[in-house]
Design a protein around this ligand. Structure first.
Ligand code: SF4
Length: 213
C-alpha cells in the first residue's frame, strides 16, 4: 500500500477512535497555553496540569511572571523535568512578551521567545489560534516511521512528510489523534504488532521479524 492510501486508512481509524480531540494541557488563554506547552517538554501533560494551577496563582500574566524571581519560579515548577532551565526561560519569555505586546499568531515572533521552538509555537498556533500546524515530537516521529509514513531522520522532515499526506484542515486534529493513539497503544514495551489496530497492517515483515526476536 502506498503512503497516501496508508495515511487515508490511518486517518479513518484515528477518526473512529478519537472523534473529538480536546486540548490536553489546561489553560485559559494564549499565554497560559504557551507556558504549559513550554513546560511539557520532556514531561507528561498530566504532570504539567498538576503544576500549573499553583504556578498560575502567582504568574497568570507575563507581568506577574516577570515580577517573580527565577528561584521562585523554579520552586513552583520543581516537580517538572528541566525546572532550572525552564524557570530561567519563563522569566525571560515573560519580559519578551511584555516588550512585544503579548502572545501573537506570528511564527517568527513566537519562535524568537526564550524556550520556544518550532514545536511549541506550532502547538500554540494550532490549539489557540486554530491555524493549521503539525507539531511533531519524538512520539509522532517514531509512529510515522513505524507506520511507514515517513523515513525522515529528524522531526522537521517528518513534519514535512506528514503535512503532505493529510489535508491541511485535518492537521490540528491528526496531531492530537496520533498523540492519543501513541499513549493508548504504544507503551515502551509489550506492544503487540498483531493486535494493534494500525501496526497489524502497516508493519513490514522485516519489522515483525525483528520485534519477535
Ligand atoms: S504495534 Fe501498535 S503499539 Fe506497537 S508501535 Fe505499532 S502502533 Fe504502536
Amino acid at each position: 500500500m502506498n503512503r497516501s492510501k496508508k495515511s487515508e486508512k490511518i486517518g479513518k481509524i484515528l477518526d473512529k477512535l478519537y472523534p473529538s480531540t480536546p486540548v490536553p494541557l489546561n489553560h485559559s488563554n494564549a499565554y497560559t497555553l504557551l507556558v504549559a506547552v513550554m513546560l511539557s517538554a520532556q514531561t507528561t501533560d498530566k504532570k504539567v496540569n498538576q503544576v500549573t494551577p499553583e504556578l498560575f496563582k502567582y504568574a497568570d500574566t507575563p507581568e506577574a511572571m516577570n515580577n517573580l524571581k527565577v528561584e521562585t519560579i523554579k520552586n513552583l515548577i520543581q516537580e517538572i523535568g528541566l525546572a532550572p532551565t525552564k524557570a530561567k526561560n519563563l522569566k525571560k519569555m515573560a519580559k519578551q512578551l511584555i516588550d512585544g505586546g503579548g502572545v501573537k499568531a506570528d511564527w517568527e515572533y513566537l519562535e524568537s521567545l526564550a524556550g520556544v521552538g518550532h514545536k511549541t509555537a506550532s502547538v500554540v498556533m494550532a490549539q489557540w489560534y486554530n491555524i493549521p500546524a503539525f507539531p511533531v515530537d519524538t512520539h509522532i516521529h517514531r509512529l510515522a516511521s513505524r507506520w511507514g509514513l515517513s523515513k525522515a531522520k529528524n522531526v522537521e522532515m517528518t513534519e514535512r512528510d506528514l503535512k503532505k499526506l493529510w489535508n491541511k484542515k485535518s492537521w490540528n486534529k491528526r496531531h492530537l489523534q496520533i498523540i492519543f493513539f501513541g499513549r493508548e497503544y504504544c507503551p515502551a514495551r509489550n506492544h503487540n504488532l498483531k493486535e494493534c489496530p494500525i501496526c497489524k497492517w502497516t508493519a513490514t515483515k522485516k519489522r515483525i521479524k525483528e520485534e519477535n526476536k
